[in-house]
Design a protein around this ligand. Structure first.
Ligand code: LLP
Length: 421
């Protein structure tokens, strides 16, 4: 959260006081730092040095058009999982030739559109999907560039909902079966084999599982070469974690350097391959906060509740994964009345909490900032309890812009209709 800091007891994003934004836009509101997003992307890019690489930002982490446009301007590629993400990237000015299409259930229509715009690669996750893609490409007179997403069976030591590289997972093709899939693909008129891909999970805080996955994948690349299949790229997925509490994940540059070292050690036969990564969280995660106003302080026999105007519909991570997000006051007041609070929202579920057991010195009407919500925050929000989605704002130096308007009542009911009489 390097771009968020207190100045004279007031929380700022870059050079803008967060109270100014809340006053103008209301709450809840997601506020992002442009500088932080750009810096994290550059950290990755610079760490690669002269090596042939492509950073494909994982759009699912934060798909706001303004975020995508910033990254497109830096020259980023994009990792998408749906036609919706594809259209967003195109609208934001992303280069289709730098798009990777991941996901276990690409539909025929999605394949068609991606072939039409000429994406960099499809990451294939099953033989049936490969067959379907071949059929679609042939029917269009095109050839689809393909990577096989292998499942290297590596334990990522992360929350089970976001671990993807184990045998039990629905993702990828078991690495032992990959050679057969490549052999099949090489016979297909609508398919051109270009690479190999894996992604073992998200919010990883150690390098070791990545290196293990890389080793196993490179071993496969070597075997394939022996069989006459030469790959142009290796895609190691995303997944590098960020610090929410006291985690100390490697920084992007350390992570890339460790991977590059291992790559180097494997010998010259891999040296010309393009190295692709698909980071999401580690680029945008710490670049966002969610501002909430305290509506009521409520004391029960066993708990103090700070009831705020944001909820699980805006930020689902605490309810879904029991995730921890730091919660801090936007103005550090010293009322001399520090208490332990559960910070909760208005949604009618006991799972509707932003944080539990937090020590805060607060009053009704104060603003709180829920930290590290730049990734998987707004994108996972919903209208549950008929709550309009929050606004989103991007700060850049001493300027700020609304990059998504707060939904109004018409937005809330758009597309719905009454039955005819
Ligand atoms: N590539 C693939 C194929 C993925 O499935 C994912 C994330 C990424 C890249 C980006 O991973 P990242 O660098 O952001 O860790 N909603 C969960 C996270 C789900 C991640 C899904 N896949 C959360 O809030 O923690």
């Amino acid at each position: 959260m390097e771009s968020f800091s207190y100045q004279d007891g007031q929380l700022f994003a870059e050079s803008v006081a967060l109270t100014d934004i809340a006053q103008a836009v209301g709450s809840p509101v997601f506020v992002y730092s442009r500088g932080e997003i750009e810096q994290r992307w550059r950290d990755y890019d610079e760490a690669f040095g002269g090596r042939n690489h492509l950073i494909c930002y994982a759009v699912k982490a934060n798909s706001n058009l303004a975020v995508l446009a910033l990254l497109a301007k830096l020259g980023s590629g994009f990792d998408i999982v749906s036609i919706g993400e594809l259209e967003r990237v195109l609208r934001a000015g992303g280069d289709p030739k730098k798009i990777i299409f991941s996901g276990v259930a690409k539909t025929e229509a999605e394949m068609r559109r991606a072939l039409e715009v000429g994406i960099h690669c499809f990451n294939i996750e099953s033989v049936n999907e490969l067959d379907q893609l071949n059929g679609v490409a042939e029917s269009m007179g095109r050839v689809a560039p393909v990577s096989v997403r292998v499942n290297p069976d590596v334990d990522a030591n992360t929350h089970p909902y976001i671990a993807t590289g184990l045998k039990e997972s629905k993702f990828g093709i078991a690495i032992e079966q990959a050679s057969d899939v490549y052999a099949r693909a090489s016979q297909m008129g609508g398919i051109r084999i270009t690479g190999v891909d894996c992604h073992i999970g998200s919010q990883l805080t150690e390098i070791e599982p990545f290196l293990e996955a890389l080793d196993r994948t490179l071993e496969l690349v070597g075997d394939l070469q022996d069989q006459g299949v030469t790959l142009e790229h290796i895609d190691i997925g995303g997944g590098l974690g960020i610090s929410y509490y006291d985690e100390q994940p490697p920084r992007p540059e350390e992570f890339i350097l460790a991977m590059m070292d291992r790559f180097q050690d494997m010998g010259s036969r891999y040296q010309n391959m393009q190295f692709i990564i698909e980071p999401g969280r580690s680029i945008v995660g710490n670049a966002g906060v969610l501002l909430a106003k305290i509506e009521y302080l409520k004391k029960t026999e066993v708990r103090n509740f700070a009831i705020v105007d944001t909820a699980m519909n805006d930020l689902m991570r605490p309810a879904l994964y029991d995730a921890w997000h730091e919660i801090v006051p936007v103005i550090k007041n010293e009322y001399g009345n520090s208490q332990i609070y559960d910070v909760v929202g208005p949604v009618c579920e006991s799972g509707d909490f932003l944080g539990r057991g937090r020590e805060l010195d607060i009053r009704e009407g104060d603003l709180l900032a829920v930290c590290s919500v730049g990734a998987y925050g707004s994108v996972m929000s919903s209208n549950y309890n008929s709550r309009p989605r929050a606004a989103e704002v991007m700060v850049s130096g001493d300027a700020w812009h609304i990059i998504r308007k707060r939904e109004n009542m018409d937005d809330l009911m758009r597309g719905e209709s009454l039955l005819p009489d």
